[in-house]
Design a protein around this ligand. Structure first.
Ligand code: GRF
Length: 209
């Protein structure tokens, strides 16, 4: 069973999911703490959030490397230098390569109910399809786009007046709470993966009396 005390969080944007993890890990009983924050671009709010609480940051830009494979290797080496138990991709807008995926468990969060609406525009695509319920998914990352084993999901209603921004904000409120809950439980209780089934904690023995 794996556990997840040391977190490296990867971000590309505003970093509100990162902030939720930073806030939760201020309490030692949470069981996990953010030891570093990585990004694929400079000047984003996510990096500023980490710096504000003295969490180390690093940036690896694809454009600074001769090939994507070089970037994959450099990113994995940076992540490894912080010895994480779990990597959390929280709004990181890059597909991770084998050097990272083979070395660490990676948790990802997505603003739709997978397997519906994978990819970079999950909220827009759900709205365009006219669904009445969407939501968020926390899953383990694999080499595909939002295809990994699902850890948790929560539904969010789509309201008639929603546009993409309004709906995404409503989803993110739920997404932050779900991500914090799942990361904390994985850290405290451990988890196992069997095929596509992820189990948190030891669920084989039933309830103790
Ligand atoms: C989240 O909804 C995440 O699922 C998606 O982008 C958003 C990132 O938000 N990929 P933030 O940067 O954590 O505020």
């Amino acid at each position: 069973m794996s556990k997840a005390g040391r977190l490296v969080v990867l971000v590309s944007g505003s970093g509100t999911n990162l902030q939720a993890l930073l806030d939760a890990s201020a309490d030692p009983s949470y069981g996990a703490r953010v030891v570093a924050v990585g990004a694929d671009r400079d000047g984003i709010e996510g990096l500023a959030r980490a710096a504000k609480v003295d969490v180390p940051t690093f940036v690896e830009k694809v454009g600074d490397h001769a090939t994507r494979a070089d970037w994959d290797a450099a990113l994995a080496a940076k992540i490894a230098s912080y010895e994480p138990d779990l990597v959390v991709s929280a709004g990181f807008m890059k597909i991770l390569g084998a050097p990272t995926l083979d070395a660490f468990p990676v948790l990802n969060t997505h603003p739709a109910l997978l397997p519906s609406f994978p990819g970079a525009h999950g909220v827009r695509d759900a709205l365009a399809h006219g669904v009445k319920v969407t939501g968020c998914t926390v899953m383990l990352a694999d080499a595909g786009i939002d295809t990994g084993p699902i850890v948790a999901q929560e539904a969010v209603p789509v309201l008639p007046e929603d546009d993409e921004a309004v709906l995404h904000e409503r989803i993110k409120t739920v997404e932050r709470r779900l991500l914090v809950d799942i990361v904390g439980r994985m850290a405290r209780e451990g988890w196992t993966v069997s095929g596509r089934t992820v189990r948190i904690g030891n669920q084989s023995g039933g309830e103790s009396t």
